[in-house]
Design a binder for this molecule. Sequence first.
Ligand SMILES: [Zn+2]
Length: 301
Amino acid sequence: MFRKTILVLVLLLVPSVSSCGGRGPTATGGKLRVLATTSIVGDVVSQVGGDTIALTILMPVGTDPHDFQPRPQDAAALADARIIFSNGAGLEGFLQPLLESTGATGKLVEVSAGITLLALPGSDQATGDPHTWMDPNNVITWTQNIAAALSAADPAHAADYQANAVVYIASLRDLDTWIRSEVAQIPPQNRLLVADHAVLGYFAAQYGFTQEGTITGSFSSEAAPSARELAALEDKIRQSGVRAVFVSEAVNQTLADQIAADTGIKSVWIYHATLTASGGPAASYLEFMRYNVKAIVEALR
Ligand SMILES: [Zn+2]
């Protein structure tokens, strides 16, 4: 009796999802349905998948993934996806409980798999630093992971996915070359980074900078600094000759402005874990990195 009731409910639900949700097989034209957690992961998935996939991006642009609260519609989007692409490395703490509660059957693919994660000083984050995308060389690994997962799920289009990946990896290598030529304008003694949280570790390691300190003293934007921690950071900024504090959507701007005012340095906006809407200054991952590198070079050279 109970099973019959469930069957009836399923039969009732299926047509309504297809007709109004845009997620049914007809609505996607038989395309491979995939989901990406962040807008940055989504952009890279879209570069590899092109028109062959039907992509849903879970977090709206402007979202800070460290404190993302899933909405009711997110459960349906997850349940619909054949592949769920996450950044991984501990970024999406909400994801595993949500997958379990929705009974999603899609394959979870962490695009950062295979990247040697940096440790986070002073953090109990067991997995390491999640901000892998701040080095385009890591995003080459993402691209290879995405192409492999799409090809495995949809072998008929494997050649397309591989070809798209080759093109995108070439643009990531160009980006890496461009970043090296840009940061060459910064004198070595100025290559000191302070950000709102530990977002620039991979960038610093790849391009010869030191991450001197962070406002939150943490990998995540969720922690708030004590007065003593703030005073210690300001002392460090004064003593080491740090020239700017980089602030993103992750932390309140007022705190960064106060540190900048107290120490006489600049407070400079960078993008952290989200793209902008199309037409904005960071509408793709490549634009996101170019924007951030220009901001860093402008502030430190
Ligand atoms: Zn972050």
